[in-house]
Design a protein around this ligand. Structure first.
Ligand code: AVJ
Length: 322
């Protein structure tokens, strides 16, 4: 068992900002219990996610990368000349550089990240690969309203790049609201290049979120270690099980942490009770059909201009215009 760390000395580098901390406490003491999926990405969680992307069962990352590689020139043509590329929740830089290197005279690249450490890492990754590019990082929570950096607010063509099917972590109403906000921020010539995981054989989805090596289980259980560290809690991760299940009617994979017994955990100085088998809902990952996604985006003010997929139609990339 891990000894709880004092709350007066949080792990500074990737400590959660106040709004996320509050969401964690609210969710744990709510009924049913839940945690924000954004809380998965502390330093260890982000490293585990990188490992998930390499797993044989986790097809989305490599499938999307192959789609980008095969069609980058067409995508760059859709994006057009002199665009500002805005990436909410920037990743490891590989997909971004692939796209930026094919774009026609990009005016600037604006990575957006809530964590200063992650933002810095992605600036460095892109700067190394695209040395002549103007990079204008923005430290912000992209799920809330934000303004483009000074001097870019009036840019003619603003294109949002949102790969990885991160949009799937939002329920359809939230996703629509998010896309509607970006549509307004981007102005009359806005564009959106977005990666969307597609509905498919439940067995394929099930395996992608419950891999044989247990990396996804470790990723999910890491939430409890983070709560221990940041809230002086005493979760025993061994007494919780990773559960992933595909709800075909809702078109979403759910991740849960399931208590293996009746138990009481201390969190932030309060008692948190679990019944045997009770779960904490930790993530939704929505899957769309290409038409279903385009219809949702249309409600948010976007018109589909192009779509790409792999031969097995596992993953989709769409370009949408204002
Ligand atoms: C990064 C949100 C796209 O939902 O597939 C991977 C996160 N969760 N395995 C996804 C995740 C479990 C991933 N996204």
């Amino acid at each position: 068992q891990q000894s709880p760390v004092s709350r007066q000395r949080p792990a500074a580098a990737d400590a959660a900002p106040p709004a996320l901390r509050q969401a964690v406490l609210d969710g744990l003491f709510a009924s049913p219990k839940h945690l924000p999926s954004a809380y998965l990405y502390d330093a260890r969680g982000s490293a585990l996610f990188e490992r998930i992307c390499e797993l044989p069962e986790y097809y989305p990352t490599r499938t999307e990368l192959a789609i980008l590689r095969a069609h980058a020139d067409e995508m760059a043509g859709c994006i057009g000349d002199g665009a500002v590329l805005v990436e909410p929740g920037c990743g490891a830089g590989l997909k971004t550089c692939l796209l930026l290197s094919r774009m026609h005279a990009p005016r600037a690249y604006v990575p957006i990240e809530i964590s200063a450490t992650a933002l810095q890492a992605s600036v460095q990754a892109v700067a190394g690969r695209c040395p002549k590019l103007a990079i204008r990082p923005l430290q912000a929570d992209f799920t809330r309203a934000f303004a483009l950096p000074e001097g870019l607010a009036g840019a003619r063509r603003v294109v949002f790049f949102f790969p990885g099917s991160t949009i799937g972590n939002f329920d359809p109403q939230q996703a629509q609201a998010l896309l509607a906000r970006w549509r307004l921020l981007g102005g009359p010539e806005a564009g959106l290049l977005i990666g969307v995981d597609l509905r498919k054989d439940p067995a394929v989805l099930q395996a992608a979120y419950d891999d044989a090596q247990g990396v996804t289980a470790a990723f999910n259980l890491n939430l409890l270690l983070r709560v221990n560290r940041e809230f002086g809690a005493d979760f025993d991760p061994a007494s919780f099980a990773h559960v992933a299940r595909y709800d075909e009617a809702r078109g979403r994979v759910e991740m849960h942490l399931q208590s293996r017994k009746a138990q009481t955990v201390r969190v932030d100085g309060q008692a948190l009770r679990f019944a045997d088998g009770e779960t904490i809902h930790t993530e939704n990952s929505y899957k769309y059909t290409p038409d279903g996604f385009a219809a949702m985006a249309r409600q948010a003010g976007w018109q589909e201009a192009a779509r790409w997929s792999d031969d097995a139609a596992r993953f989709g990339v769409q370009f949408l215009r204002a």
